[in-house]
Structures are given as C-alpha cells and as structure tokens.
Design a protein around this ligand. Structure first.
Ligand SMILES: *Cc1c(COP(=O)(O)O)cnc(C)c1O
Length: 433
C-alpha cells in the first residue's frame, strides 16, 4: 500500500506494509519460508553486503514476511523504522545494545514486567551494564538518577501488572534535557491505545507475543525507532555516530539518517546477536494485528465492566485499574491513553496468599498462566510465579505482593467472566485462613 498519512488506524492495521505478492499476486502476505535469497549477480551481492542496496540476503537479517510486519508496526506506532526479533525480551536487549557498553547504565521505572526486572537487575550485569530502578512518579528522583554514564531511560506506558500509567510527557522532557533516548515498552497498551512517540519516546519496544498477536500462539518482539533522536549530538552513542569497523568505517547516523537505529539493528544487532523472528511467527502476528483495534475495544469494555464489578465485591480489598474513577491514575490515563486504560489490572483478595491460591485454582474460564494479552481471559498469582525470584520489597514495588492476582481480561462474554470470578472468589473466602 502506498504511504498515505491520512488513512485511519483500522485501515493501516490491515494494509500497512503489505502489497499483493509481486511474483504471484497473492493477496495475503505469503510466509516466505526461505533461509536465503538468490543474488541477481555478484555486483548485486556486493551492494547488499556493503549496505548500499536494501534487499534480502539471509533470514537471520531480513525476510520479506518479517519486513511487512516491521513496516506495519513502524506505521502503527508512527515511527521511521522497526526491527522484529524473537521475543519481547530480545527486543529490550536489541534496543539497549547499540546504546550501551561496559560501565554504562539505564535509568528504569520500578513498575515493570517481572521478567524485565530480572533481566535488568541481574542478567545485563554480565555485559557490564547496570540499571537504576526509580519511582517514575518522582520526577526529581528520575532526574537525580541520571549521571554521565547513563545511556537511556526505560519505562512501560501502561505498566505491567498494576494498572499504572506513566506520565510519558514528563519523563520524555527529562530524557530530552539530558540528551538521552527514552525507550517505552508499549506491550500492555498497544499502538491502538497509546503511541509513545507522540509523547516524545525515542524507541518503542513490544512483546508481540501479547495483544499484537492476540491469540497466544507465537513469541516475538519489535523495536520501533521514532527516527527523531540526534545520535551525533554528543559522543555518547559511538555505535551510531562513529565509524563502524565491520562496515569499512561506515557511520550509521551520517549514512542512514532517521533510519540509523533500524539499519544498525539489522546489520549489527540481528547479524551478530541472532535474536531473529521466524517468518511463521511474523505471519501469526500479522494476522492478529488485522483485528487489533476491534479486540482492544472489547478488551477495554470488558475490563471496565469487570473492574467496576470487582471493586464492589466483598472478597476484594482493592482493584488497580486506571480506568476506574477511584484510581489515582484515572486523570493521567485520559491524557496518555484516552481510548482506554488497557485490560490488565490487579486485585487484592481478602485472605492473602492462601485465598489467592484457592481463587486461581477455582477458576473455570480464566486460565492460570504466565501470559497476558490473549483473546481468552487469564490470571496469574504473580508472587508465587512470575515475581517469585524477586525480593518481597521488589514484589511490592512492582505491584505484585502476596495478596495480589493479576487479571488479563479477554474478549469473551462479560457476564460469563463475572460469573466465573464470583464463584472462585466465594471459594477463596471459604477456606480456613
Ligand atoms: C511479556 C512481556 C515482555 C517480555 O516479552 P516476551 O515476548 O515474553 O519475551 C516484556 N514486557 C512486557 C510488558 C510484557 O508483557
């Protein structure tokens, strides 16, 4: 489809990046299940390897099915380019990799997906990188945490698992003033509910495993670059601004301009780290994205219904959904994600840890799984699962204390979901505490 900035989201989620297959006319994007692509001749091969011409060499770097998904996600997020990879966690590493080096740090929100807390607090140390965890509602603390070795600021738009909304406008102002890129994980919101680049984000990362695919079939990730950051304004980002020895001294920013980060992600990141998405996964995700807006509308509608109902339930102490008028983030949500606050929140169940275990074991429609953003409704007791590796203070800071259950509201009939929650909540209260 020709680029047309006036097309609406519903049109772009179906058409952006895709065109009838040039070889066969196939209307749906084919799964190009091929490892390698034949060069026209030796000159063509040389031009591809020198990054003088864009094309397909080998599917660790580029693949036509994945290229469609990359263009679609870049379009939906309002970015200049995108690089897909094998998972959401891979996308986070792919986003940080060109920015970081040993001794450098990233300033991150305390309110993050549990796996991200572990990746940032433990695993990245092996690369000599570190993360400083800060309460992003305390903007002075975020400012104070940035030092000469900071290379990025990282947060989630709608933070997993607690229904927390980040004030992206305030945070991007801080990162701008410090001359640093802001990376926003937009997994829980999706570009239908929030487009972080419009609030000043430099890079957007996704676990496409969740709402974008939407049916719980494949893992995937993506890094979308706004194309707006000036990598050459300081000497902090030599991977993008200085000569690259592996490409005869080519400077990515000078050569590729607003596509510097995207080209680096493919030509260095995927080439050498190898965290590549496969074409089958791209296919499932492309199919999912076609209905993203429709699903998100229903996810949000059901989430509002369930959260309001749960808030009144006698077995419930609290519900952390930013779409509830009682939420401290209700006003901020109207600014950052006006269409809806997502479909992910937590409930605090009376009776604590044991009552939560009884509750998750008693549900019939809801599944107890380590996933979210599926068309089916899911729950997880974070303290005994995803957040198990964290210290208790970290669990509480991440909104995942022992009495907390995370709910990912699906797109089933709201009445059926309410009946299921009701019977399981009743059972949770009947046990001897
Ligand atoms: C699931 C998730 C991730 C990690 O993605 P994977 O695809 O599981 O690697 C990162 N951030 C958020 C907000 C997530 O929900």
């Amino acid at each position: 489809m020709a680029k047309n900035p006036t097309y609406g989201f519903d049109t772009l989620q179906i058409h952006a990046g895709a065109r009838p297959d040039p070889a066969t006319g196939a209307r749906q994007t084919p799964i190009y299940q091929s490892t390698a692509f034949v060069f026209r001749d030796a000159d063509h091969a040389a031009a591809l390897f020198n990054l003088q011409e864009v094309g397909y060499i080998y599917s660790r770097l580029t693949n036509p099915t994945i290229a469609v998904l990359q263009e679609r996600l870049a379009t939906l997020e309002g970015g200049a380019g995108a690089v897909c990879c094998s998972s959401g966690h891979a996308a986070q590493l792919m986003a940080l990799f060109p920015l970081m080096s040993p001794g450098k740090n990233v300033v991150v929100s305390t309110r993050l997906y549990g796996g991200t807390v572990t990746q940032f607090s433990q695993t990245i140390k092996r690369f000599g990188w570190s993360a400083k965890f800060i309460d992003f509602d305390d903007t002075d603390a975020v400012k104070a945490a940035i030092d000469d070795d900071t290379r990025a600021v990282f947060c989630e738009a709608i933070a997993n698992p607690g229904g927390y909304i980040t004030d992206l406008t305030a945070i991007s102002k801080i990162s701008d003033e410090a001359g640093l890129p802001l990376i926003v994980d937009n997994t829980s919101a999706t570009p239908y509910l929030c487009r972080p680049i419009e609030f000043g984000a430099t890079l957007v990362v996704h676990s496409t495993t969740k709402y974008l695919t939407g049916n719980g079939t494949v893992t995937g990730g993506c890094v979308i670059d706004s194309g707006k950051f000036d990598w050459s304004a300081s000497d902090k980002f030599p991977s993008l601004s200085a000569p690259e020895p592996a490409y005869h001294g080519l400077k990515f920013h000078e050569t590729f301009g607003e596509l510097a980060f995207t080209f680096h992600g493919i030509a260095i990141g995927l080439r050498d780290l190898g965290m590549t998405m496969n074409p089958q996964a791209a296919h499932y995700t492309l199919m999912g994205i076609e209905t993203l807006s429709l699903r998100m509308q229903r996810h949000v509608e059901n989430a509002v219904t369930l959260a309001n109902w749960l808030e009144q339930h006698e077995a419930i102490d609290s519900v952390t959904y930013a779409g509830l008028k009682s939420s401290p983030y209700y006003k901020r949500a109207k600014k950052i994600c006006p269409i809806g606050s997502g479909a992910l929140f937590t409930i605090a169940i009376k009776g604590g840890y044991k009552a939560c275990i009884k509750f998750v074991d008693s549900l019939e429609i809801f599944s107890h799984v380590a996933n979210l953003g599926d068309s089916r409704s899911l729950v997880i007791h974070s303290a005994s699962t995803t957040h198990r590796q964290l210290e208790k203070e970290q669990q509480i800071a991440a909104g995942a204390g022992p009495e907390i259950v995370r709910i990912s509201v699906g797109i089933e009939d709201a009445n059926d979901l309410i009946a299921d929650l009701d019977q399981a909540l009743k059972k949770s209260q009947s046990i001897k505490l």
